[in-house]
Ligand binder design. Structure first.
Ligand code: NAI
Length: 304
């Protein structure tokens, strides 16, 4: 992969301790894969309950592995011992890399960047997991734009191998080397992509999901939409996929696209569908067990 070539003149990154900020859906998964690779993790959220809840996701995942005979109780104890849940940014001191996965709101992200930079040393690299905000824009709020980079995971983090690495205008080669070293250390595949709306994968995936929405609005039965996607070789149909990544996230992306590119950039039928799903019916996807599908408490459907 030529695009993911590591700068040859940068020595291997010293990577021991990783801070993950935001212990929600993505941050909890990032903490798990990082700890699984033997790295120490400081998992920070606004309050300790949220941070502990994020850590509990690792407990669940490794317990599933134990049930399948792929891990031992001692592995679980060791892995959980590597994750420190915290509500105190001061605990991020000493981290070599920070991965931010807080709400998709530039103001919240800017606050987090300032709080992190107040406690970490000048060599700490800061990676944002934003799905839609330009990395160059976020980096402008940083005092250390050379250390600022995009590290974009896909959900569910423990299963998806691809990670996009996005260089902002002022990102330095040490940050690039660190991001690539980190992604490889956690046994995922990095690709370096341009800092454009949707980066690479979401430009493709967004269109797959959008066509699913539009077919639904045209009256195509959902089961047919889903089955055709699978027959075409996709691991899941577009509606299931949207349930996985969250319906409200798709709606947010649509609204951001409209704000940035104007009315003509979005399809009114898709906008109506998403507005109804999110605002009228509160169907946000698998995360609240109600999306295009229902996800009953017992035995959630496995997509991957
Ligand atoms: P989420 O809502 O599940 O989690 C966000 C977490 O951040 C919450 O636990 C919240 O309490 C915490 N948080 C908010 N402000 C904070 C602060 N100031 N300090 C510490 N913690 C704070 O959101 P999700 O889905 O995990 O998304 C997080 C980021 O990852 C967003 O930027 C999103 O665009 C991106 N992303 C999401 C994907 C998805 O499939 N949901 C995929 C790839 C990226």
């Amino acid at each position: 992969n030529k695009g993911a070539r590591r700068p040859a003149d940068v020595p291997p990154s010293k990577l021991k301790r990783v801070g993950v900020i935001g212990a929600g859906f993505m941050g909890a998964g990032i903490a798990y894969v990082t700890a699984q690779a033997g790295l120490e993790v400081v998992l920070v959220d606004k309050d300790i309950e949220a941070a502990e809840k994020g850590k509990a996701y690792s407990h669940k995942l490794v317990s599933d592995q134990i049930m399948k005979g792929r891990a031992k109780t001692a592995d679980r104890d060791a892995l959980l011992g590597r994750i420190k849940a915290s509500a105190d940014y001061a605990d991020l001191k000493g981290c070599d890399l920070i991965v931010e996965a807080v709400f998709e709101d530039p103001k919240v992200k800017a606050e987090v960047i300032a709080k992190v930079e107040a406690v970490v040393g000048p060599r700490t690299i800061f990676g944002s997991n934003t799905s839609t905000l330009p990395i160059t824009g976020l980096a402008q709020t940083s005092q250390r734009p050379k250390n600022f980079i995009g590290i974009h995971f896909f959900s569910p983090v423990e299963k998806m191998l691809l990670v996009e690495v996005i260089m902002a205008k002022k990102t330095g080669k040490k940050a690039l080397a660190m991001a690539l070293d980190f992604v490889r250390a956690i046994k995922k595949t990095p690709i370096v992509v341009n800092d454009t709306r949707g980066f690479y994968a979401n430009r493709c995936v967004g269109n797959y999901i959008r066509e699913g929405h539009l077919m639904l609005m045209e009256g195509v039965p959902p089961a047919m939409i889903e089955a055709a996607g699978k027959q075409a070789g996709m691991p899941v149909g577009p509606l299931s996929l949207n349930d996985e990544v969250a319906v409200d996230l798709a709606y947010k992306v649509l609204k951001a696209t409209k704000a940035q590119l104007g009315e003509g950039a979005v399809d009114p039928a898709q906008e109506k569908l998403l507005a109804d799903m999110v605002e009228k019916h509160g169907r946000l996807g698998r995360k609240n067990r109600n999306g295009f599908y229902d996800y009953p408490e017992a035995g959630p459907k496995r997509l991957w």
